[in-house]
Design a protein around this ligand. Sequence first.
Ligand SMILES: [Zn+2]
Length: 381
Amino acid sequence: MSKKLTHLKVVFLSIILILVIFTGCIESQQELTASEKESQKEILLDLPCILPEWKDGDYHGYYETMQMLNDFNSRFPNLVDVFTIGRSVLGKDIKCIRISNERNITEKYTCLIDGCIHGSEWEAGEACLYFSEYLLINFGNNKTVTNILNKTVVYIVPLMNPDGRDNDDRYNGNGIDLNRNFNIDFGRLRGHCMPLGKILGRKIPYLSLPRLNLWFTNCGRRPFSEPESQAIRDLMRFLDSQRFSFYMNCHTATHSINTPWSAFKPPFKMTSQESIVYDTIRKWVSENTEYEDRQLWYKASGTAPDWCFKEFRIPSVTFEILSMDYEPGSGGGKHDNLVHWMKTTIPIFMFMLENVENLYSWEIPDIVPSLPKGVPPNPLK
Ligand SMILES: [Zn+2]
């Protein structure tokens, strides 16, 4: 009797086990079908890219920029993460937006785009916001943008110098030019840098001797003395372990694309392959956009792109938005035609991103980016 009962128990348990396994199969089959459908949808939809609906005059100061990043986070939770990478001299958050298809967990490339290292160069920060929105609104509808966010994690810091942006000032809260505060050929007079500090309690950000055609900008007392440059340095160090592929440092207003070296005395000679890749980037920009291939006409020590190239040996680019008549001298100028200038930046960002694999391995970036109608726009008259 007890043997018969045991036998019945075994049969009963086996039936339950088979049912559990069978149901599991059906469920996983259903999951697979749903994810297949999702990926098919992503591949099938290849609509032309749309542009963010911005209006001329809609500039974003520090608080509007923070608001916009939070809005992106709420609207696109599977694509966006917003986090603080440090605090400015006057205690403002330096925020980074991370954009990628978070549901795709394959190993990706990373890159960094930042703006407003010089706080008075508003359009550099605006370009970061505009491009973030461009990627977000086209993911899932446009094949190119979808592919980009499936294989790359794009890190964007729109306001590297939030105090400067808030005060419309090139310098940070200590009167220091952050793009001279990096540890590369630091503080060199022939790189137009000097640790000026304060005189009688007054910040001295700039010293000009026009009769001698000499000028010096305040680089700080030592490399990375400022919390803002430390924050970007630490973010780059983190990205170095994440297939860091390229760095773009956005400015206004010399209407050009520049590549290392800006330093008066570079720490090493770049290889011929590195030269070729840099030449190709500048050539593509000058032939396909209104921006010019123009290396800095003066030497500058301690810049972020030079340091990034020296330290991580990845393509590092200075992108100067707007044209020369917007910002005579250094710091601040007129701001208009916002939408036009934003459209001019899309081809350059897309060129870099579509070539992310080539840039990562220092191969020639030869992929022509796909661009929506009206981009780049006709130059202003
Ligand atoms: Zn600048």
